[in-house]
Design a binder for this molecule. Structure first.
Ligand code: ADE
Length: 239
């Protein structure tokens, strides 16, 4: 999987490059991340990449020409068929479905805006999709891109190792995850549910499904609206 990132702050990505699952996936050659800094393609000696907004208003906007050169640099490395995504609060809400689409596509270029954003003409000309990680405004696209990279990496076969699997996570079957427990058996006066200790795997699976269904119904009922429950799930719900 090849990921390109256009950013004026590549050093912000050090956290995910140096520790955790993403770092491991990079070391195991499962994912490669290439950065391009629009400042390296600025057209003046002061390395200007932003300008005042036409029509007035606060803040500065990233100019199209340095972004275009940055993108061309990355497309040369990753290929012209890379999915070009601008991360912004105006985008489509990012979710697991989009995350898996990225893994299937194998190549993605993430564009991180700063200041008031980027020139609309660059978006119209070069951007395939615009994605948001939630209804709040960050000071730039870097954190959003890191969220996307982290989420995408989990779906790369082999990235999570044998011990964990994406299949059992929240949203994988359209439901929230069930609760998990480890040692000690009693903590703060609360005991681990008996059913998890009796070794009956069928009963444990049923209990977990029921917990997932219950949590989803209580916390995110809208997720159940378009979900076709299995006969088994319907039965568990009615018990
Ligand atoms: N850039 C700033 N805010 C953002 C958000 N919520 N999602 C994606 N990119 C952003």
């Amino acid at each position: 999987m090849n990921i390109g990132v256009i950013t004026i702050f590549p050093e912000m990505f050090e956290s995910i490059l140096k520790s955790g699952i993403v770092a491991k996936a990079i070391n195991n050659n499962l994912v490669s991340i290439t950065f391009s800094n629009p400042r390296d393609f600025a057209e003046d000696n002061r390395k200007t990449i932003d300008e005042k907004v036409f029509g007035g208003g606060p803040g500065m906007l990233m100019m199209a020409p340095p972004l275009e050169k940055s993108l061309k640099f990355l497309k040369k490395k990753l290929g012209d068929d890379s999915l070009v995504v601008y991360v912004s609060p105006q985008g489509k809400k990012f979710n697991n479905v989009l995350s898996k689409k990225v893994v299937n596509n194998n190549k993605i270029i993430l564009i991180c805006g700063r200041y008031e954003g980027i020139d609309e003409r660059f978006i119209e000309t070069f951007v395939d999709e615009e994605w948001s990680i939630g209804d709040y405004v960050l000071t730039g696209g870097e954190l959003a891109s890191m969220v996307i990279i982290d989420s995408v990496t989990r779906f790369i076969p082999g990235a999570l190792g044998d011990k964990c699997s994406v299949e059992e996570d929240s949203f994988e079957n359209g439901l929230l995850d069930y609760p998990h427990y480890t040692k000690p058996r009693v903590y703060n006066g609360k005991a681990v549910p008996d059913i998890l200790l009796n070794g009956n795997h069928e009963k444990i699976l049923d209990w977990r499904q029921k917990q997932s269904l219950g949590r989803t119904w209580l916390r995110r009922p809208e997720l159940l609206e378009n979900l076709a429950l299995t006969d088994k799930q319907e039965k568990l719900l009615s018990e």
